[in-house]
Design a protein around this ligand. Structure first.
Ligand SMILES: Cc1ncc(COP(=O)(O)O)c(C=O)c1O
Length: 387
């Protein structure tokens, strides 16, 4: 029997496909080096785990409001004020099962059949599929390595149409690690304001930013910009809490936040009450773990970039944030799906092909794995390329 047209239009996640194949090989006892991870390899900090255990002990194991407890939403507001210089009220916050769920809900709330959402490529694999699931059409704006993989305002302007509902800005970006400067964001915001569209600012990697750079939040560009921005964030990447599933949005558009509350009321209900308590601890009682993880990521990035540069046939723009190197392998093979498949089968190294990010000829290498693994993986890649 046929499935819905909507669901048939969704592609499988390129990242999950390759990582599950690598996991299956590992299970068979094959020594695979995986650069596929989309999550920090560190344990969740102890103080967060303790908060979760205490939540269970205290019986915080029941339904909460579907958009999250007031206490967690207050803690998020405090974090947004202290860290991002943004003033929101708890009513402006919706907590969901991870930022992925948050984004899914946003597209459901703002898009109708035939609408358009502008996405810069290379893009995070799920944006386009989530947009499609809402009935809208992703409009892809390609970016270039020479321009740091950042969307140019004139390209955004050219992509606008009467059907455009929103543009997604992901800084720092997955998969390229590019970080937009304040001025670059300002130029984008001018076009968005003129075009009367929303900006979905996915800032999930905001704390993983290197070379002494500071994250600049899109909504901090002023009241007018804040009014059109839907800020998306979560605890997954910053606190190594990917399995806890807590993400959130902040927006002063009350009609939209209310509509997402209704959607969650009738679909997921609240995210785990225990995870909410853990997230509250993460946001309010930092113990230095985040800075430690960031330092380690930065050292690994430097090493990985060095190893990439040594391979003459590879090139990559040094990522300013997140934990990925997006590597041009087109000199070896323009079909990076085939490249990644062969690399996994022959050299036992798992990488994510660029096709899933809308950019064939590239692979994404995650440095959310130990220095030892990075060294071993690159030794294998070098050997394999020689053959
Ligand atoms: C750019 C980007 N946004 C959002 C997410 C979703 O994160 P989560 O659902 O774990 O909060 C991810 C995860 O890989 C991501 O890379």
């Amino acid at each position: 029997m046929e499935l819905s047209r909507r669901i048939r239009g969704v592609s499988p996640s390129a990242t999950l496909t390759i990582t599950s194949k690598a996991k299956a090989m590992k299970k068979q006892g094959i020594d695979v080096v995986s650069f596929g991870a989309g999550e920090p390899d560190f344990d969740t900090p102890q103080y967060i785990k303790v908060a979760a255990a205490e939540a269970i002990e205290k019986g915080k194991t029941k339904y909460t409001p579907s958009i999250g407890t007031v206490e967690l939403r207050e803690a998020i507001c405090e974090k947004l004020s202290d860290f991002n210089g943004l003033e929101y009220r708890p009513e402006d916050i919706v907590v969901s099962n991870g930022a992925k769920h948050t984004l899914y809900n946003i597209f459901q709330a703002i898009c109708d059949e035939g609408d358009e959402v502008i996405v810069a490529s290379p893009y995070w694999v799920s944006y386009t599929e989530m947009v499609k699931l809402s009935g809208a059409r992703p409009v892809i704006v390609p970016t270039l390595p020479d321009e740091g993989f950042k969307m140019k305002p004139e390209d955004l302007s050219a992509a606008l149409s009467k059907k455009t509902k929103a543009v997604i800005i992901n800084s720092p970006s997955n998969p390229t690690g590019c970080v937009y400067s304040r001025d670059e964001l300002k130029a984008i915001s001018d076009i968005a304001l003129k075009g009367n569209i929303r900006v979905i600012a996915d800032e999930i990697y905001e704390r993983l930013i290197y070379d002494g750079q500071e994250h600049f939040s899109f909504a901090a560009l002023g009241q007018e910009v804040k009014d059109i921005t839907i800020l998306v964030n979560g605890v997954s990447k910053t606190y190594s809490m990917t399995g806890w599933r807590i993400g959130y949005l902040a927006s002063s558009d009350r009609e939209m936040t209310k509509s997402i509350k209704n959607l969650q009321d009738h679909s997921s209900s609240n995210p785990s009450s225990i995870s909410q308590e853990a997230a509250m601890a993460a946001l309010t009682k930092e113990d230095g773990s985040v800075e430690k993880m960031k330092k380690e990521f930065e050292a690994r990035r430097d090493y990985m970039v060095e190893r990439i540069a040594k391979i003459g046939q590879f090139s990559c723009v040094k990522p300013g944030g997140a934990f990925y190197c997006f590597v041009d392998v087109s000199q070896v093979n323009k079909d990076s799906l085939e490249f990644a498949g062969k690399l996994l089968d022959d050299a036992k190294v798992a990488v994510i092909p660029g096709e899933g990010f809308g950019t064939p000829g590239y692979i994404r290498l995650s440095f959310a794995t130990s220095m030892e693994n990075i060294e071993k993986g690159f030794d294998r890649i070098e050997e394999w390329l020689k053959q």
